[in-house]
Design a protein. Structure first.
Lengths: 190, 521
């Protein structure tokens, strides 16, 4: 019994720790947005809204699929659980593919992080917005990759406890995106 | 057969999942880094004997204090008590077979070694000259190996987080049947509080250092005023970790003091609940005081007042500890021995350093003392002095537990006196220097500061000889010391109820919870 408890505790500690990792970047975003509201809200218009929106839909659906997998596993329907996990993997890969397309379009337009930025100029703070955009979506994408590795692992091992814990982690990665979406695709009026 | 010899072989040591062996591996590593950081400090002190610095040039001086800081903070003090002694002791103190995740524990040790390796590589690849604080925009533009050093510290941070996670899970789920939270030894409570800080503060530092490393590599300008960036934001992120980090260092030392005080006065702690509450209180309030490092960096008067007041709150929790320790000693049947002598030094340094902490938290005074030797003296008293004397008290207190041998009490008392005198002699003059206007991080100084600098350097040499003496008699005791017996201090705490040194399985048979750790009669 204590075995299961310690793993549950551990995953929540990991999630708390990861939250603080992102919190640093969220704090930077908040500070710079407060200072350069105009550049930030104009910068949001330069991101590809349809990709941001589609990716939100993709990730939310994947969260639903992994929740369904946990539910199915508990009910003893291992086959359904496996199908759901495969769907999660497909959706995760689709998310990453769309993200890569968007980054590619950005780089093509000269929208790159740092002082090399040569995209549209929205006044002071423009390059900060896009540096944060790349840093935050990049760090998030790394977490999607890690999450996909874990999902693949539970698809293979099919351990119910591991599935539950990985599902929690996947929801967390999803929840981070739920904040990134408005910050980089929706909040365009200052 | 003790854990030292069973199972045998080098491979069994390097790939061990035994928390005791991992604790020993950490102990060896942190002692090596203590020696390295100490050598840097000695060169710094020796080069400050003359006002024009005849020993090293200004750039080398910058690198030396940076290396001293990085090595001492991240490779010695952070892991010293929690990772080395905590690993060894926490499972024994709660009657557990091992930590909750033994494999993760081993991984976290090797991640620490990898991170330390990166830091050492940075030192060898030309060194770093940013100061241990990596302040931007200098850290992102310096030609020195800042990227490598920041990456190394980031990796040791991952190790810290995993260690913290392991301790929290262990303390929650592995206690011997019958041991309630209110039966938990005070040292374990402080490791618990420390672990919370490790898990929640370290990621913020990790992020800040990742950004600095990336910025240095790809010129992001995230904290560079020329792109609209704000260097002060980096300082906020940095101190959000690095102030609580002070409590990562000192909370376990406080736990050691609580254990030693109870054992050597053969008495219950005067007010167990208050000691526990103050540990958790320090961990909590410690998250809300980081701004006091930045009073003169550009901060609104309201924030300055707020951070100053919150910082003073820590002094109240600390005072609760000092009063409960003295109240525990009062009326106890006290045995004077080296661990207790170190505790007395701890209390002196802690009270003195703590009071000067309240002084520097007072914003009007801080404007005068900021970036002077006064601050250097303050944090060496409270952070270094207290952590180091706590560490040495722990080493002497649990030495018979770990090795089964006893060191020479005479030599140990001499060592304790030398270390204590050396420490006070090194840093007291620095209070005076700082107050008189000597800025920190300068390779040269006006001639009228020389006498105090010489006293400080003499103190550093005394301190170093005390440390070397301690190392010598402890190593001698491992080889030739008399058998200590299972419980030489007649402590009630759980770790002493197994043989010393403990067997591979920690306890012979299933441990039974019969009496609390402080149930002295």
């Amino acid at each position: 019994m204590s075995d299961e408890r310690r793993y549950r505790l551990a995953i929540w500690i990991v999630i708390a720790s990861e939250t603080l990792l992102f919190a640093g970047l969220f704090a930077l975003y908040a500070s710079y947005r407060a200072e350069y509201g105009h550049a930030f809200s104009e910068g949001v218009r330069d991101d590809l809204q349809w990709i941001g929106g589609t990716n939100t839909l993709v990730l939310l659906t994947s969260s639903f699929a992994i929740a369904w997998a946990v539910h199915a596993m508990r009910a003893g329907r291992a086959r359904t659980a496996r199908r759901c996990l495969e769907l999660v993997i497909v959706l995760g890969l689709a998310f990453l593919a769309l993200k890569l397309v968007e980054w590619g379009v950005h780089v093509h337009d000269g929208v790159v992080p740092g002082v090399a930025y040569s995209g549209p100029d929205h006044g002071p703070g423009t390059s900060l917005f896009f540096t944060l955009y790349f840093a935050m979506t990049g760090l998030h994408a790394l977490h999607v990759v890690a999450g996909l590795a874990l999902v693949t692992w539970v698809r293979v091992s099919q351990r119910p406890l591991a599935l539950e814990l990985v599902a929690l982690y996947w929801h967390f990665v999803d929840a981070i995106w739920v904040f990134l979406w408005p910050m980089f695709y929706l909040m365009s009026s200052s | 057969m003790s854990f030292w010899s069973q199972p045998s072989g080098l491979r069994a040591w390097l790939l061990t999942r035994d928390h005791k062996r991992i604790g020993i591996l950490y102990l060896i590593a942190v002692l090596v880094f203590l020696l390295l950081g100490g050598v840097f400090a000695l060169i710094l002190r020796l080069s400050l004997v003359t006002p024009d610095n005849a020993l090293v040039d200004a750039h080398t001086y910058d690198e030396l204090f940076t290396h001293h800081g990085i090595v001492m903070v991240w490779l010695f003090m952070i892991p010293s008590i929690p990772s080395a002694l905590g690993n060894f002791l926490v499972p024994l103190m709660i009657g557990a077979r091992d930590v909750a995740f033994p494999r993760l524990n081993l991984a976290s040790f090797w991640i620490f070694v990898a991170g330390a390796g990166l830091v050492l590589a940075a030192l060898l690849a030309g060194g770093v000259d940013t100061g241990w604080t990596f302040y931007t925009p200098y850290s992102t533009t310096t030609p020195t190996a800042a990227t490598l050093a920041a990456a190394g510290v980031f990796v040791t941070g991952v190790s810290s987080i995993l260690t913290g996670l392991n301790f929290i899970a262990t303390i929650h789920t592995m206690r011997v049947a019958g041991m309630r939270w209110r039966d938990l030894p005070l040292f374990v409570w402080t490791i618990y509080a420390t672990s919370i800080i490790l898990v929640l503060a370290t990621p913020v530092l990790g992020l800040a250092l990742l950004v600095v490393a990336a910025d240095h590599l790809w010129v992001l300008g995230l904290f560079d005023p020329s792109t609209g960036g704000d260097p002060i934001l980096f300082e906020h992120l940095f101190w959000f970790y690095s102030h609580p980090a002070v409590y990562i260092m000192i909370l376990p030392a406080m736990g050691v003091v609580s254990e030693v005080v109870c054992t050597f006065s053969h008495k219950r702690p005067a007010w167990y609940g208050a000691i526990v509450a103050s540990s958790l209180g320090i961990a909590l309030v410690g998250f809300l005081t980081w701004g006091h490092h930045m009073f003169v960096a550009g901060m609104s008067t309201f924030d300055v007042g707020l951070f100053g007041s919150l910082s003073m709150l820590v002094a109240i929790f600390s005072a609760v500890k000092v009063f409960t320790w003295t109240a525990t000693l009062y009326g106890g049947s006290i045995t004077i021995a080296t661990p207790l002598l170190y505790v007395f030094t701890f209390m002196f340094l802690f009270v003195f350093g703590g009071m000067s902490g309240v002084a520097v938290a007072t914003s009007s005074l801080d404007v005068h003392w900021h970036d002077t030797y006064f601050v250097v003296a303050h944090f060496h008293f409270i952070m270094v002095g207290s952590t180091m004397t706590g560490f040495l008290a722990a080493l002497h207190y649990w030495f018979p537990k770990i090795t089964g041998k006893m060191y020479s009490e005479t030599w140990a008392r001499l060592g304790c006196a030398t270390v204590s005198i050396g420490f006070v002699l090194t840093f007291t003059p620095q209070f005076l220097l700082g107050n008189a206007g000597m800025p920190r991080r300068y390779a040269t100084y006006p001639a009228h500061f020389q006498p105090l600098h010489i006293v400080s350097t003499v103190g550093a040499c005394v301190l170093a000889s005390g440390m070397l003496l301690t190392l010598a008699y402890l190593v001698y005791a491992i080889a030739r010391g008399k058998p200590a017996g299972p419980n030489p201090w007649r402590s009630m705490s759980f770790e002493w109820r197994s043989p010393s040194p403990p067997p591979h399985e920690n306890f012979e048979g299933v441990p039974q919870w019969t009496a609390g750790p402080y149930d002295y009669v």
